[in-house]
Design a protein around this ligand. Structure first.
Ligand code: PLP
Length: 381
């Protein structure tokens, strides 16, 4: 870690800009070498304080809703794209006014809104999400291609659509990956090429979605580049990637404190930080985040189960071992906490939201935002 957390309030998410820049530089080499465009998927990371920096390297943002689209338009220069499984009638005009690309999930959605798109003075590139029915994701919760999935149009469905109904569609979008290497992309692209090739050839662009773990140390960039160039050159289309996690992978920390320790057949520590409120993916994925200086249970002399301050019995972050016994006031630092954390946090049990801080070598640590009782109250009535 590049900074000292001693004087920080807890809990606090800290994003290290030098680590973020490293990720962004790597992503930029992909767009520089292939001519593809890379967008930040804001669903993973919406800390807009960092958007000006991100905008120096990436070509824009993608959104899952009107609010994310607005945030992308307001805070990061570049293109704004949107995909939603179904758009609301009362938001469609504003979405068109904000976005450069809009991806529809079904022909019925496209048919419903195409006249509004055509009538609008503002031009917007419209695309369809396809479901290649091929994904190597093993967890159903994250697999958009499971049987019965609500995402995208299958080949069989697309083949039944009249050409006239596709008039005005200029792009295709697929999102079938999660935290995966480029060998998975290569196999997916092969299937998309073989099955949807006759449709791609009529398009201006194709969007390869997210789930590309580009900034992880063992990621094979050359295979990614080959896959992008293959589609670009074969079909003469523009290629977009919209990673979320990869943009901020291993750039964020969650600094927390021990509130109490107790014993019930094993040692337990209660933190001021909750899995349920502040790192919900720990329970949803589920996974065990790393803590600086801690090991697996039994690896060091003192093993604890770490839990949050809520009423939820399962608000458990995991079992960890430490070199010294834990005591109230000790600081614990969770790693890789920038993605799918701030965007998913909540105030269940009236637990406060963590502060948001940024670290840079020039400015040191800066607390960008703190939250209080009003943030809890204003979401309720
Ligand atoms: C359509 C779409 N694009 C992009 C992403 C970003 O994925 P990741 O953060 O895994 O790169 C997601 C994630 O669910 C998605 O559904």
């Amino acid at each position: 870690m590049n900074f000292d957390v001693k004087n920080l309030p807890t809990p606090t998410y800290v994003v290290d800009e030098s680590l973020l820049k490293k990720n962004l530089e790597l992503l930029k080499t992909v767009s520089d070498r292939t001519g593809c465009k890379i967008l930040l998927a804001q669903k993973a990371f919406s800390m807009f304080y960092e958007y000006p920096l991100i905008g120096e390297y990436l070509q824009g943002t993608t959104a899952s809703s009107l609010y994310e689209a607005r945030l992308g338009r307001e805070e990061l220069k570049g293109e704004v794209h949107i995909f939603s499984p179904a758009y609301r009638e009362d938001e469609i005009e504003e979405i068109i006014s904000i976005c450069d690309h809009m991806v529809f999930n079904s022909i019925s959605q496209w048919n419903k809104y195409k006249e509004t798109v055509k009538a609008s003075k503002k031009t917007i590139g419209c695309g369809l999400r396809i479901n290649p029915e091929y994904s190597e994701i093993e967890t159903d919760l994250y697999n958009p291609c499971i049987p019965g999935s609500r995402f995208g149009i299958t080949l069989a469905q697309l083949e039944k659509v009249n050409a006239a109904d596709l008039e005005g569609i200029e792009g295709l979008h697929f999102h079938t990956m999660c935290e995966q290497n480029s060998d998975v992309l290569e196999r997916t692209v092969q299937i998309v090429d073989e099955e949807f090739g006759s449709f791609i050839s009529k398009m201006k662009w194709i969007n390869f979605g997210g789930g590309h773990h580009i900034t992880r140390p063992d990621y094979d960039i050359e295979t990614l580049i080959r896959s992008i160039l293959f589609i670009k050159e074969k079909y003469g289309v523009e290629v977009y990637l919209e990673p979320g996690e990869a943009v901020v992978l291993n750039t964020g920390f969650l600094v927390s404190k021990v509130l109490d320790t107790l014993e019930n057949g094993m040692d337990i520590a209660i933190l001021d930080t909750s899995a349920a409120c502040h790192m919900p993916d720990v329970l949803e994925m589920p996974y065990r985040p790393e803590i600086i200086g801690a090991g697996k249970p039994g690896e060091f002399a003192f093993t604890y189960r770490l839990g949050g301050p809520t009423c939820l019995a399962g608000d458990v972050i995991g079992d960890y071992s430490f070199r010294e016994p834990l005591k109230p006031g000790d600081t614990l630092i969770f790693c890789d906490m920038a993605h799918y954390s701030m965007v998913k946090n909540n105030t269940f049990n009236g637990i406060g939201l963590p502060c948001i801080a940024a670290y840079s070598t020039e400015k040191g640590i800066q607390i960008i935002k703190t939250f209080g009782y009003e943030d809890f109250k204003t979401r309720l009535s």
